[in-house]
Design a binder for this molecule. Structure first.
Ligand SMILES: *Cc1c(COP(=O)(O)O)cnc(C)c1O
Length: 467
């Protein structure tokens, strides 16, 4: 293969080719960029030749040039298109961590566009005409929906945990039950974030059992905080014991200066439990029990943008707001816009709350989903595109590491085509435009209509037609 390296065209020869100018004008890219893409491709082919990894069609010079232009054109297409693009989530998992978690409500989207397009009073107090604080945008709203004394927002819940530990417990002890030292999504570990914050982790109890006396015995003059972490993404069952929040509230009240903090993870503002879905506590109930400070995500059960919401005693929140890290972890106006619009729905009745897609989709009844699935199958049959479809019962998940034990009854359409494996169809669907992300079960493609909207359903049919 090595002798073929000499057949590789020099860059100036490629630049003189008509196709060079064509790429520049078609994709409206700089000459320099297209030149660089060519250079990279030449280098790639050269190293493949030298390593014996070259599996191109031929090794004559003109064929090298053709091959290189094909590769470079693919690079140009990739660069010109958006990397981030909408996908159709046919998995039924409402808060799919890999697919952007919560979809925003129409009101939230409108408000983001409005604030992005125009100047806004982000840090300007319109009544006094003086500089304002971005904390003011959302504090009253969070107070109203949670019942807390004060509140603030940071970049995500991981940032909230970090800020709380760093600002309120650095160089001091934080007591956590061993059963709650969780890892979430592979990159967030309570123990690691604690170490990073400079707080000392005091582990108590065992994996399955922690008693009130374990907490009592661990408290000493270096204790800053008792931290309770919601084990969002797993469940311990069987011989278990955790200490309830109200008991920890009483304990910390008896020990002056010890803060009780709950990392709620999902932080539901809607009573899913009251609708027979899971046993996720409502944030307002936790605050009502007298917990000093809580934090939770904006884009899990709440159904808003990525954010970390901190709510609790004013004296603690004031400390956090003044901390240098608050500036480091602060959120952008677009996040505030989406969060404000999302939270406002929670001030109103259930009808308004289900304008939030996350809440709506978790509450969807199997009957509604079945109707969607049936309509899809009817249209598929009309279109006669060679797929066998069948509507069957199945379960969807909430996702996002929330309510892992909850199985939401749903209806799915199984897709089957003679001579094509489920893997092949799944790959084709994933690579279509828009991309469709499916589940495979028993060698069949599954489309869960909990997360497929009506307009997406029509798109899906035309994608399947062209597959
Ligand atoms: C999800 C979760 C986090 C991290 O929240 P992000 O908003 O994803 O940063 C932290 N703690 C718990 C208990 C969680 O469930």
């Amino acid at each position: 293969m090595k002798e073929y390296v000499r057949q590789l065209p020099p860059i100036h020869e490629m630049q003189k080719d008509n196709r060079f100018q064509q790429l520049v004008s078609t994709y409206k890219l700089h000459h320099e960029l297209v030149t660089e893409l060519i250079q990279n491709q030449i280098q790639q082919v050269r190293s493949n030749l030298l390593n014996g990894n070259f599996n191109g069609p031929s090794t004559a010079k003109t064929e090298f040039i053709d091959l290189l232009f094909t590769h470079v054109e693919n690079d140009c297409i990739r660069i010109s298109e958006y990397y981030l693009q909408p996908v159709i989530n046919a998995t039924g998992t409402v808060l799919h961590t890999n697919l952007g978690r919560a979809r925003l409500s129409e009101k939230a989207i409108e408000q983001v566009v409005n604030v992005a397009r125009n100047y806004s009073n982000l840090e300007y107090n319109l009544s006094s005409g003086k500089r304002g604080s971005r904390h003011d945008i959302i504090e009253e709203l969070i107070i109203n929906v949670t019942g807390a004394e004060a509140a603030m927002v940071v970049n995500n819940n991981a940032a909230a945990v970090y800020l709380i530990l760093r600002a309120l417990a650095k160089d001091k002890n934080v007591i956590v039950s061993r059963g709650q030292l969780v890892e979430i999504g592979g990159s967030f570990r309570v123990s690691s974030i604690m170490e990073e914050s400079g707080a000392n982790l005091i582990e108590i109890g065992t994996t399955n059992k922690t008693h009130l006396y374990d907490y009592e015995n661990a408290i000493d003059e270096n204790t800053a905080m008792i931290m309770k972490v919601h084990t969002s993404n797993f469940k311990t069952i069987g011989f278990t014991k955790t200490v309830e929040s109200d008991e920890l509230v009483s304990l910390t009240k008896k020990n002056d200066g010890v803060i009780f903090y709950e990392d709620l993870g999902s932080g539901s503002l809607f009573d899913f439990k009251g609708n027979s879905i899971g046993d996720e506590p409502v944030v307002a109930d936790i605050i009502d029990q007298g917990v000093d400070i809580v934090s939770f995500s904006g884009d899990k059960l709440l159904g808003g943008p990525q954010a970390g919401i901190i709510a609790g005693k004013k004296i603690l929140i004031d400390k956090l707001k003044k901390h240098q890290l608050a500036r480091v972890l602060r959120v952008d106006k677009m996040t505030f816009a989406a969060l404000e619009a999302t939270l406002k729905a929670y001030l109103q009745d259930t009808e308004k709350i289900i304008s939030i897609p996350t809440v709506r989709d978790i509450l969807l009844t199997p009957e509604t989903i079945k109707e969607r699935a049936n309509q899809f199958v009817a249209k598929m049959n009309e279109a006669t595109i060679g797929f066998e479809c069948e509507v069957t019962e199945d379960f969807s998940q909430v996702g996002g590491g929330t309510m892992p034990e909850v199985l939401l009854p749903t209806y799915v359409v199984t897709l089957h085509k003679n001579g094509q494996s489920a893997d092949t169809i799944a790959t084709l669907l994933r690579q279509s435009k828009p991309s469709v992300i499916t589940r495979i079960k028993n060698e069949q493609i599954i489309l869960d209509f909990r997360t497929i909207m009506e307009d997406e359903s029509a798109t899906l049919i035309s994608i399947l037609k062209n597959l």
